[in-house]
Design a protein. Sequence first.
Length: 335
Amino acid sequence: MTLTKRKYLSEFAVNIYSARWMMTTAEQLMSGGEMPADELEISKKCHIYLICKTPIISFCNESFSYEGGIISGDIVYSIDGSQRKIPFTQVFPLLDGATKVELSKYPHREIHSLNEKDEVIRYLPANVISMGHGMHLKNRELSDLEVLYVGQAFGDGSKSAHDRLKSHSTLQKILAEAQYSYPEDIITVLTFEFVPYRIIHQMDGITKAQITDDRDMARFVSIRENHLTDHQEICLAEAALIRYFQPHYNEIFRDSFPKQNHKILESCYELDFSALIVEINTEDLRLSLFSKTVKPSYHHISKFDLVAHEDRWGFFHLSSGDGTVAKMPNVIPSS
């Protein structure tokens, strides 16, 4: 007779998921400008950041025109040396003393309105035109952002994530290499707020568990009353996303998470969580994240088994009813 590997009737998972987020080009991040109050409030609550790359978008100098308060021309970008063009037309009135409109200097990434002293009054970046006209919805290469690095910018709330990132050594390294390694791309920084985690409860009423007495209920009470700290939650989210995307510039956790001797997992094992589920979502702007090992998607769900299934069936094991046990697909195992 084969003994069951189901230890408890119930199993529990930590579910960490993203909420609000912001996207900033590295150029904007390093420019030193001030954020509006509403954006600053979000930035101060964002602790996970992704450094990504996406095609550089510019305006075509040859086709650009401004007539009767309307700008028109082509958005241009390159993929593997092949230039792509997308036409656009948009109202752009002269306001606040502006007397003329022209493209910024090469590489023509902005439209400027200027006054009689040639001072810039308003500017309109090419990527804003692209997003505003929904060009990324019909041209997938404009909606896909490749994840190069995952990190955390956890602070005491006195500084925003963007302020802490300005002096980040890995960002500086990526920016230094970008012109040589990614000449057709621009580096963007996505910062994410993660809200308090959820507890997901799974109960198997078919497989006979080894422990079905009051110890099972005591685990549930302990998990409900003893919470992971904000910092522990962010550390778990960072490690999970690194292992999931396996970004080029990350080293720690990229191939090893989860291991039962990882310090960041101690609190999960103390409470006897048997799974970690981390979600990140960029669907509201219809932008997709991807990496060399993960296909583009608006919503990514990374699943991790925190127990060694050779010794114990955890959250992702379910009874099929015929005496066998099935394991959910696409789960990263513990080692």
